[in-house]
Design a protein around this ligand. Structure first.
Ligand code: HEC
Length: 275
């Protein structure tokens, strides 16, 4: 009798001791820690990677930062956050609105042009599906990159311009040779093809610098969409009410139709504002 109890006690303590590692593992799996966990099997946890501005012997020219390959686009250029969707799924980066299903579509999106015999024709309408979120995205980026010069309303009198005007009245030489930014709601821009505005953002023009290194492709198009919204807000007249000679060229084809939808959204918004 005594012996059986004895064995039972030893057996159960051994059993409990055996459970201990499992309990520690379970605990560690739930714990949070600032130090990286012990990795017995490394997998790809630790890898050599290139730091910005550093040298790399992997490439013949030893440049760690690789230049763009001509005629290609970085994947990030096509990614913009669809705000409506990201609110539901914080990790959902939606690039679904950009379709590159042909060389021509690719050129339209990348260059804002259709190339024919080395000559570029500006695309008339934004070659990306325009949604209200897309226009909102454009507004955010416009306010950051264009507003300081062109003004948040696009009329060409942003803070920088106001500051230079003040310097001029004071007769300060710091005013330099500043050129007043163009009024983006003026007919000159209003009747520009969408692709040409995209081109101005991409390559700059005269006194305005290029923004292709700061603003990804899709965001540039979003800004174009917002410039159109600003124009509609400045003069909320439907195109059909304009005299024939003042109407923008009739959009054609599938790509153009999509962009027309966007214009209607913007038109509807500005009409709401009017009421
Ligand atoms: C540093 C100030 C500055 C910023 C920032 C700026 N622009 Fe400009 N922009 C100018 C000036 C100045 C001109 C007039 C250029 C000229 O005629 O010399 C201009 C001209 C333009 C034109 C008319 C081009 C033409 O062919 O007449 C458009 C369209 C335009 N800008 C769009 C934009 C957009 C969109 C952004 C934001 C991505 C932007 N600009 C950011 C200063 C700026």
């Amino acid at each position: 009798m005594f012996r059986i109890q004895h064995y039972f006690m030893i057996g159960s303590s051994v059993f409990l001791l055996l459970l201990l590692p499992l309990m520690i593992i379970a605990l560690k799996r739930h714990e949070r820690s600032a130090t990286p966990r012990l990795a017995i099997i490394q997998d790809m946890d630790k890898m050599p990677y290139l730091k910005p501005q550093r040298k790399s012997d992997l490439f013949a020219d030893t440049r760690g930062m690789r230049p763009h390959i001509a005629g290609t686009l970085a994947r990030e250029d096509f990614i913009y956050i669809n705000q409506a969707e990201t609110q539901l799924h914080p990790n959902n980066w939606a690039a679904t609105h950009v379709v590159l299903n042909s060389k021509m579509q690719y050129e339209k999106v990348l260059y804002g042009q259709v190339l024919r015999d080395g000559q570029g024709d500006w695309v008339k309408a934004i070659p990306i599906h325009v949604t209200p979120e897309f226009v909102n995205r454009g507004q955010q980026k416009f306010d950051v990159y264009c507003g300081p010069c062109h003004g948040d309303n696009g009329r060409g009198n942003g803070l920088v311009n106001q500051y230079v005007a003040q310097l001029r009245t004071e007769g300060s030489p710091d005013a330099g040779t500043w050129v007043q930014p163009t009024d983006l709601t003026s007919p000159a821009v209003k009747y520009m093809p969408d692709g040409q505005i995209y081109g101005v953002i991409t390559n700059g023009i005269a006194a305005m610098a290029a923004y292709k290194d700061q603003i990804p492709v899709v965001d540039r198009w979003a800004i174009v969409a917002y410039v159109r919204a600003l124009e509609l807000a400045a003069a909320p007249v439907p195109a059909s009410k304009l005299p024939a000679q003042d109407r923008p060229p009739e959009p054609t084809g599938k790509v153009a139709k999509v962009a027309t939808d966007g214009m209607q959204v913007a038109a509807a918004t500005s009409q709401e504002q009017k009421q």
